[in-house]
Design a protein around this ligand. Structure first.
Ligand SMILES: [Cu+2]
Length: 231
């Protein structure tokens, strides 16, 4: 690819300028100045091309398939040592409606505050026995009537199994992500995480009915990672 024609660099020779002058041709602005500005444009073009290429090379995707389970899985880039991400300020809502947690599965980033709403005529409770398998992070938000909500800020990553002690059949999940790089699988188990900066990561697949699975993934452009989950 030839970005710039070589003759931009060719100087105007004195006798060429003199020749134009003696023939009473327009020589101002001097020809070399015009060529100098072409030379500058050429440099700017090269710079722009380099910037575009380096931006394109700095982020990629992680895609693949989660098998062994049916229904939605979440695949995410796990904790990156020494890196934190600002939490979104908006509050996702988990509604208790029709004796169900709606949505059944909510994915949030570490530091997100979730609003728990009760839309049913009966009182509901919200509690969880662990976060990311850590039973020390058990919490009971209490029991409240229709139309009221209570909020909780999730500062620890991992899955939060939501339960209601009034209705033992109710079950929901919040999965708290340590990074913003995550995706849900589609109906066939395929997923794609976009805009992941190039680098080496631990990628984890989570499904409510199976054990987590993690594997190292190096992102350099588009990368692949498949998971087979089991109980
Ligand atoms: Cu309930």
């Amino acid at each position: 690819m030839e970005l710039c024609s070589r003759n931009h660099f060719a100087p105007t020779l004195p006798w060429q300028a003199w020749s134009s002058f003696t023939k009473n041709e327009e020589v101002y602005p001097p020809p070399f100045r015009n060529k100098e500005s072409k030379f500058m444009k050429c440099n700017v073009t090269i710079l722009a091309v380099v910037v575009v290429f380096s931006l394109a090379a700095s982020a990629g995707t992680i895609s693949g398939k989660v098998s062994g389970v049916s229904g939605e899985s979440v695949v995410y880039v796990d904790t990156i040592q020494g890196k934190t991400f600002p939490a979104p300020t908006e509050h996702p809502v988990v509604d208790q409606k029709g004796l169900m947690f709606q949505p059944h599965l909510t994915v949030v980033q570490v530091g997100t505050t979730v609003d728990f709403l009760n839309s049913d005529k009966v009182a509901h409770n919200v509690f969880w026995t662990s976060v990311g398998g850590n039973k020390k992070l058990t919490h009971n938000l209490g029991t409240w009537p229709q139309g009221e909500k209570r909020s909780f800020k999730f500062d620890n990553p991992g899955a939060v199994p939501l339960l209601c002690n009034v209705h033992p059949e109710m079950s929901g999940y919040i999965v708290v992500m340590p990074t913003p790089y995550q995706a849900m699988t589609d109906k066939t188990g395929n997923y794609k995480i976009e805009n992941v900066p190039d680098g080496s990561y631990t990628v984890t697949a989570w499904h409510e009915g199976a054990k987590n699975q993690s594997k190292p993934v190096t992102v350099a452009g588009d990368s692949k990672a498949d998971f087979t989950l089991s109980k």
